[in-house]
Write a protein that binds this ligand. Structure first.
Ligand code: NAD
Length: 512
């Protein structure tokens, strides 16, 4: 059970933002004040007037306990978005109950904003009756330390309802995707796996991940009452092929998987691509869930429903759009990831910052130590960028191409290096080359490529094409793509940090 509880001074929009948030996440919404009024059969003002504040607070405690309650039930379907009253958590026991039941997010706003919003409904707020400005100022003053003591806050002033709801989602790390299949994406401890409805789970993982995390997952599933089977395949891209898919199908058959079973992909992008594809095709499709264990798979491969495998002729040539039932990303799992893999995955994080999250880009600029200290936040923000894009364009008909930033040149560099460069390293180089091109054609200000290069360098990623790779080899690799798309290639070019533009380029020489 992991409710989202919105708290804060009166007038901050707890109910409005809460309702929007609940719609976004497809969760039930409870407005605690309205709940109390319905149960009491009278308004809060009347309760206060007739029974006094202590009696109201008692009703509030009871309503809170009932709303968050049912502690024995742990399925996510019982999660709710709850708008609390402005003073609900003044009682210590209420705060303990609320914080134990999920995430409490404090909404804050400037006095002028609050006054503007409450001018017309101050009558409904008995504690503010009379001189609104004076009453509100002293109430905020009295509760200042209390409100300040909540670790998760958002300032609602300069954002609209949609933006505020989205900001709450980024803080709690929870999204609901519906453009291609309906599924939740949750950033949280892997122990939450047991909170989801799973049937006959079978885990697909690779040898490295199994060594570090296999036992933990087995125990978790056993505690949830399953006898989990774990299929371990060799690690690495070299095994993302039809032979491995066939081996998975065979194992599924041997373990008696049927259409009600759930495949759990525990691993990096290779595992989610393979296990997702095997699940998509076995018995015409069984459920699968994704537990990404690399930074790249958390912020990229686990999102968007693409599954598949490589052919000798090229990467990802066979595949299916087949979204998982949910994605559960636990940043703690990244602690065992080799540093080189982590750094490589950071290229995609920086890319997401450049595409539409300047705050994420700024965080990346602080360097690896700071990134590791704020890893969960980094993962949540980077995921949210991709999620917003794939929700708008799930089948890559338009703006999803923005996610190709750095990839047109990057793929060519990766290919020309004969895969000596890691994917992330090649993408880092690609982003800088493409940013320089954007400057040359006048859609980006001079200096943007240097700004991007500085951040990538700080993280430990290369930003220049290695001397042993010729311009000709890169052009040749890019032309392979161009042939598929006739006259030009669509580039996603950075315009400024937080904004990209799609540009069709016919003269590929000009890019380098
Ligand atoms: N489907 C998509 O939308 C999509 C998007 C991007 C990339 N991809 C695919 O993702 C693949 C690359 O993914 P990747 O970079 O995650 O590679 P990967 O799955 O090969 O993992 C990289 C290495 O890290 C190891 N590893 C994984 N998690 C670990 C952990 N927590 N601790 C220790 N070791 C761990 C793995 O065993 C492997 O050796 C490519 O095949 C690419 O095509 C798919």
């Amino acid at each position: 059970m992991s409710h989202i509880l919105l708290y804060g001074p009166p007038g901050t929009g707890k109910s409005t933002i809460g309702r929007k948030l609940a719609r976004n996440l497809k969760l039930p919404f409870v407005d605690l004040d309205r709940d109390i009024e319905t149960k009491a059969g009278m308004s809060i003002a009347q309760i206060m007037e007739q029974q006094g504040e202590t009696a109201f607070r008692d009703l509030e405690s009871a309503a809170l306990n009932e709303t968050v309650g049912h502690a024995s039930s742990v399925t996510t379907s019982t999660d709710k978005v709850i708008a609390l009253g402005g003073g609900t958590l003044l009682r210590d026991e209420n705060r303990t109950v609320a914080e134990a039941s999920g995430s409490v997010i404090l909404l804050m706003a400037e006095l002028l904003t609050l006054l503007g919003r409450m001018q017309h409904d101050a009558g409904k707020r008995p504690l503010l009756a009379g001189n609104l400005k004076f009453k509100l100022t002293s109430l905020l003053e009295k509760r200042r330390d209390h409100y300040n003591s909540f670790p998760w806050k958002i300032h609602v002033d300069r954002r609209n309802v949609e933006q505020n709801a989205h900001e709450v989602q980024v803080i709690v790390g929870r999204y609901h995707l519906s453009a291609m299949g309906e599924y939740d994406v949750i950033v949280g401890p892997v122990s939450r796996l047991k909170d989801f409805p799973l049937q006959q789970p079978i885990v697909v993982t690779d040898e490295h991940v199994a060594r570090f995390h296999g036992e933990k997952i087995r125990k978790l599933l056993q505690m949830a009452g399953f006898t989990p089977k774990i299929i371990t395949i060799p690690a690495g891209e070299a095994h993302k092929n039809l032979e491995t898919v066939q081996a998975l199908w065979r194992e599924f058959l041997e373990h008696g998987l049927d259409r009600k079973s759930t495949v759990i992909a525990l691993g990096g992008g290779v595992i989610s691509d393979l296990a997702g594809f095997a699940a998509a095709t076995y018995m015409r499709g069984v459920n699968w869930v994704c537990v990404p264990t690399t930074l790249l798979s958390m912020v990229d491969a686990s999102l968007g429903g693409k599954t598949g495998f490589d052919l000798p002729q090229g990467k990802n040539l066979i595949g299916a759009f087949y979204p998982p039932k949910f994605v559960l990303a636990d940043s703690e799992l990244l602690k065992t990831l080799p540093q080189a893999e982590f750094i490589s995955g950071m290229a995609e994080v920086v890319k997401h910052g450049i595409i539409s999250d300047p705050e994420l880009f700024k965080l990346c600029a602080q360097g690896l130590d700071c990134i590791r200290d704020n890893l969960e936040q980094v993962v949540k923000r980077a995921m949210s960028v991709k999620i917003r894009i794939i929700e708008d364009d799930p089948y890559e008909k338009g703006f999803r191409a923005a996610l190709n930033l750095g990839h047109t040149v990057g793929h060519a560099v990766e290919l020309a290096s004969k895969f000596e460069l890691r994917h992330g390293e090649a993408i880092a180089i690609g982003m800088v080359v493409e940013a320089k091109f954007a400057e040359r054609i006048g859609i980006a200000n001079n200096g943007l490529s240097d700004e991007i290069a500085a951040v990538l360098t700080e993280i430990g990623l290369p930003v220049q094409i290695p001397n042993n790779i010729s311009r000709e080899e890169i052009l040749r690799a890019m032309r392979v793509d161009k042939k598929k798309n006739a006259a030009s290639i669509r580039f996603a070019l950075p315009v400024e940090i937080g904004r990209v533009e799609l540009v069709d380029v016919a003269n590929l020489e000009s890019v380098l």
